[in-house]
Design a protein around this ligand. Sequence first.
Ligand code: PLP
Length: 469
Amino acid sequence: MNNSICYINSTLRDVLECINNEPAGIAFIVEENKKLCGVVTDGDFRRLLLSGKSLQDKLQKEQLSEFIFAYEGETLENLLKRTNKRVRVIPIVNQNHVPIDYFRYEHRLNITPVAQPNLAGNELKYVTDAVLSTWISSAGKYIDEFENGFAKFCDCQFGVSTSNGTVALHLALLALGIGPGDEVIVPDFTFAATANAVLHANAKPVIVDIDPLSWCIDPKEIEKAITPNTKAIIPVHVYGQPCDMDSIMSIAKKYNLKVIEDCAEAHGAKFKGKVVGSFGDISCYSFFGNKILTTGEGGMCVTNSEELNDAMRVLRDHGMNKKKKYWHDVLGYNYRMTNLQGALGCAQLERINDLINQRKQVENQYKETLKDISIIRWQEQLTGHDKVTWLVSAWLPDGNRDKLFDELKKNQIDVRPFFYPMSEMELYKPYVFSATNSQRISKLGFNLPTIQKDQIDFNKVLNAFKSIL
Ligand SMILES: *Cc1c(COP(=O)(O)O)cnc(C)c1O
């Protein structure tokens, strides 16, 4: 802090230099004998200039107001108690009242989160516009624009927005006529919503193992699990990695099965140059707060079938007849998105390529920083699979993950273990067909913070890895 210590009676120019030298934007003012006698923040400085002082004038004791300080050795709790909206930096003095350090309260950076939405574009502008227009419910220009724009992004003709990704999956199953007595093949390694949606449709999920390299559903296991009751497959492009869609689509064709892609974690990923979401009969997206494109809560079904598009729109809207208002031919749901969510979606969609690129750069930076850590294994980049980075995903040999988590948490860096496999949870055990790779990988893998690059202290991450070796 030496650069930000300034003697009383220095010129205001010198004080400004001190403020400028200090990332916290503050100068600590001391007397001749080095005792602390005040602090000047950049706000205080503005007020001095506005009161008519010039840079050549000297800083006088009368110009300093009361300030808060602490003694060396005080507890963190005591320091925190003394911060408030105005006071974010507290000088710390020794017994002789000489400043030796300071405490800075940084509300946002205390812990590096695993995920954080990036809302730096037109999000606020469009949401404000939606509010001012009073179209805040489930009709309005942003919904139509977002549905059309996002469907196009997925190389599909139709987009049906929903209130979240889970109901998008449910809606897709309903529109395809899947219900009691039907079996739907899902991977063991996914977020539980995939299997839950099948159960909500009163059908039976058949849970199969994953491929050890892609971590996605293993086509060989799909084929083994097919019975006369099998109606559909839900491949999940897990952690941004596209499934082997060639094999899955040819199995679907051979056995006459429907395919619902779960693209919740893979906006923009491609398999052999074709974007995920454009393979299945219906494909489902989530726009939850931690997904690549977010609307807070939200989801969408995309399809190239006009018939399925119409069916989903009716089911989403209470089953109401599209021509005869308040007339219901089928049991429907209220699964609609609001225009407010649509406004967020439109703003995010304008920047979708940036959002995807920024995440990729974060992953590349981790790889670069940790290139000498030989035990770390990154998510595979398989030929033909153009994965996107959802949450940066990696794994360590057995026994190392807990040690790493402790080190990262000590450094205020959040980290997530991989999903538990469905097969380990009582609720889903009755539906398990196979689960070997999923159980092994789930125990080894983890997700590192995938937020704006300048908010990640990559060196701290490196040191955490070094200290477990
Ligand atoms: C997030 C997610 C969902 C569910 O989406 P919500 O919008 O949270 O309901 C479904 N499947 C997968 C694989 C997901 O990651």
